[in-house]
Design a protein around this ligand. Structure first.
Ligand code: LIP
Length: 267
């Protein structure tokens, strides 16, 4: 029976191959036909073909594994006894199609009821972020650590947003963050930004709602890098997504108080 160590090694090679194909599309993006999936939500043949490549490669090597991908989604129900690959072929599609280099390929592996490892590949910078509890956290094989910032004043908080939600919670977080002397950033690729939290480049991350394919690739890397995230698997996080809050080890209390003031978990 295949092991997750084998999946981890295979995934690292696969995500670089997929990123290479995506990067070729990026260089000739003017030829791509852009389709709308909703408000500020676009897609092209690049997303679909890269996802198909990833699906094909996974099933060639691990035919019994299951796949949840952004473009083709997954089966109506998953068998919790078999590994599930959670795939975003191009995270940051709007940036990709606009010629902005903040996009990536993201893959997470759910196995045994938790996210065993995650992979985020940025072809523009040729950076592969990888990790999990059993593997440590690395960028291009070099160990990475989440930021040791102890205050929101000590760096940039990435704030993601999509029109899947209303604006009130995010607007309130912006307001309180700025009043407290903090600073925000939005790259347009949630997965890549979360990988940057693992690498200590951003001190934290907040987004009211992310789909699992946007967060599961980076969350295990953040944890393996000494950082903290909320439980993105809680409830039906795999299929419905969740709020995502992440930070380095010393910022947990302060970021929780910014997002859920006084421990009030209402928005
Ligand atoms: C998007 C992310 C964006 C995030 C959105 C959305 P897509 O993914 O990259 O940063 O804020 O929630 O999921 O559609 O570009 O793959």
């Amino acid at each position: 029976m295949a092991t997750n160590d084998e999946r981890y090694d295979y995934g690292k090679t696969l995500i670089r191959e997929a990123g290479g194909v995506a990067y070729d599309y990026f260089k000739s993006r003017d030829e791509l036909k852009i389709e709308s999936k909703g408000l500020q939500d676009v897609v092209s043949i690049a997303d679909r073909n890269v996802e198909q490549l990833i699906r094909r490669r996974i099933l060639e090597r691990f035919p019994d594994d299951q796949i949840l991908g952004e473009e083709e989604e997954g089966p109506a129900e998953f068998d919790p006894g078999r590994p599930i690959w959670v795939v975003d072929p191009i995270d940051g599609t709007q940036c990709f199609l606009s010629g902005i280099p903040t996009w990536c390929v993201s893959i997470g592996l759910v196995s045994g009821g938790h996210i065993d490892f995650g992979l985020v590949y940025d072809p523009n910078a040729d950076e592969l972020f990888a990790g999990g509890a059993a593997y440590g956290a690395v960028c291009n094989d070099k160990p990475i650590r989440a930021s040791d910032a102890a205050s929101l004043k000590d760096g940039m908080l990435e704030v993601g947003f999509s029109h899947r939600t209303g604006v009130d919670w995010t607007a309130r977080v912006f307001s309180d963050l700025l009043k407290d002397g903090g600073m925000y950033h939005r790259s347009g690729s949630g997965a890549l930004s979360l990988a940057y939290v693992a690498a200590g480049r951003y001190i934290g991350y907040f987004e009211e709602h992310m789909n699992s394919w946007d967060s599961f690739g980076a969350v295990p890397i953040i944890k393996a890098a000494g950082g903290w995230t909320n439980d993105v698997m809680a409830g039906d996080g795999l299929t419905a997504g969740s709020v995502v809050v992440a930070c380095g080890p010393n910022l947990q209390a302060e970021i929780k108080n910014l997002i859920w003031p006084g421990g009030n978990h209402a928005k």
